[in-house]
Write a protein of this length. Structure first.
Length: 132
């Protein structure tokens, strides 16, 4: 499930100031993950960049997650595995956080969350949940 435009990912080395920003914005990844566990799909969509906050995204996310829960049981945990930067098609630089969701049956599913590099912008720029 992917709610946004394609991006080009890049590996960069961080300066301390950049790392501080990345750690601050990582709270958005944590909030997204907690909302998935709580089945607060409306909260997830409300945390997206305003142009992605619509009923179609909510319905798609809800149905996708219901299917996952039906197939694998409840989401019981998540883990952030890495972080980096990403460049959106419009040239905007984003922080990217990669993790996996853990289900009751032990199944793990990868996902990523991208956020603004501006620490005043507390929205999800995009997310991707990988079904494979």
């Amino acid at each position: 499930l992917n709610n946004s435009v394609k991006t080009q990912d890049t590996l960069l080395y961080y300066e301390p100031a950049m790392l501080t920003k990345a750690l601050s914005q990582a709270a958005i990844f944590t909030d997204f993950s907690e909302k998935l566990i709580q089945k607060d799909y409306k909260g997830v969509v409300g945390s997206l960049r305003p142009e992605f906050q619509d009923e179609k995204v909510l319905i798609g996310l809800t149905n996708f997650c219901k299917t996952l829960v039906k197939d694998h049981g409840e989401i019981v945990n998540y883990k952030r595995l890495s972080s980096g930067t990403s460049t959106a098609n419009n040239g905007e630089k984003l922080f990217m956080y990669i993790g996996h969701l853990e289900f009751a049956d032990g199944h793990q599913l990868g996902y990523s969350v991208r956020t603004s590099m501006k620490t005043d912008d507390k929205y999800i720029a995009s997310y991707k949940i990988n079904p494979n």
